[in-house]
Design a protein around this ligand. Sequence first.
Ligand code: NAD
Ligand SMILES: CCCCC[C@H](O)/C=C/C=C\C=C\C=C\[C@@H](O)[C@@H](O)CCCC(=O)O
Length: 268
Amino acid sequence: MQLSGKVALVTGAAQGLGKGCAEAILERGAKVALLDTNESAGQETAADFALKYGADRCTFILCDVTAKDQLEGAFQKVVDHFGGLDLVVNNAGILNEVQWEKCIDVNLVSVVRGCHLGLRYMGKQNGGNGGLIINMSSVAGLYAFPSPVYATTKAGVVGLTRSLGMDYKLGRDCVRVNALCPSFTTTAILADPEVPEDQYQHMKDMLERGGGLMQIPDVVKGLAKLLDEDDKNGAVLEVTVQGMKYHGDESGPWDRESGTHQPNLCIA
Ligand SMILES: NC(=O)c1ccc[n+]([C@@H]2O[C@H](COP(=O)([O-])OP(=O)(O)OC[C@H]3O[C@@H](n4cnc5c(N)ncnc54)[C@H](O)[C@@H]3O)[C@@H](O)[C@H]2O)c1
Ligand SMILES: CCCCC[C@H](O)/C=C/C=C\C=C\C=C\[C@@H](O)[C@@H](O)CCCC(=O)O
């Protein structure tokens, strides 16, 4: 996707992977709205970006993605402020197996809502110009992971992405929907996960066996790949210290015999 002059909305963008993704999008010439509940970090990041990329290209919007009205209001503000919307990165997430309903709300329910809003504002059938949605899942959504509710939310995001990325939907909306699945990356989420001790110990072990931590720029390379590969729709990209690979290209039973898929009818 060519991003010069386009408009992006990134949730959970005050810090961590969301901030890294937002900066990569700015570097490619787009304007970016940063949504987050962390007002001080969000304002600081926006001020930083304004200095580097221009005050007219970045704005912070205080938004709890789990509050339906706030998320809807934030999408409307972005369109009012920048005059359109072309790219949504549904990134905000937490790991909390104690307050597990909250984990589902932030990581899955809000991503469903973010996708619906993205389609509402970018979908051609609604008067939009088409666009791209990138959902932040995790390797925990692809393989067994010691925190089951977190893993469920991330697997849910994979299923959501694949299904919204079906060709017949693209034909109508011209909005591609893809997911990024990183492994352990150095951000604040690792510092203090609200998980029982056995889960924590098991994660430490997995981290060691998996080859260690990635850094934010490693994951941003995955975002860049999804931005560059305009033919990808419903794609799920695993990003680990071992490299990147797409997941789940196998045909379902309905396509297995012919080995064919319906061609995309329209590329945004
Ligand atoms: N760091 C990793 O190892 C890793 C690996 C795979 C996937 N992820 C996913 O990447 C995403 C970003 O996480 P991160 O690692 O950058 O962690 P992080 O804690 O640094 O960043 C998460 C951001 O989301 C914001 N946020 C949390 N709840 C919110 C809400 N209700 N509304 C709006 N904003 C909210 C936080 O304030 C924070 O700025 C998450 O979805 C996470 O699950 C992280
Ligand atoms: C195999 C799947 C990895 C997916 C990562 C997942 O999306 C996010 C996980 C969030 C929190 C995990 C916390 C893990 C903590 C411990 O492993 C701890 O040892 C991390 C240490 C970090 C460090 O700086 O050394």
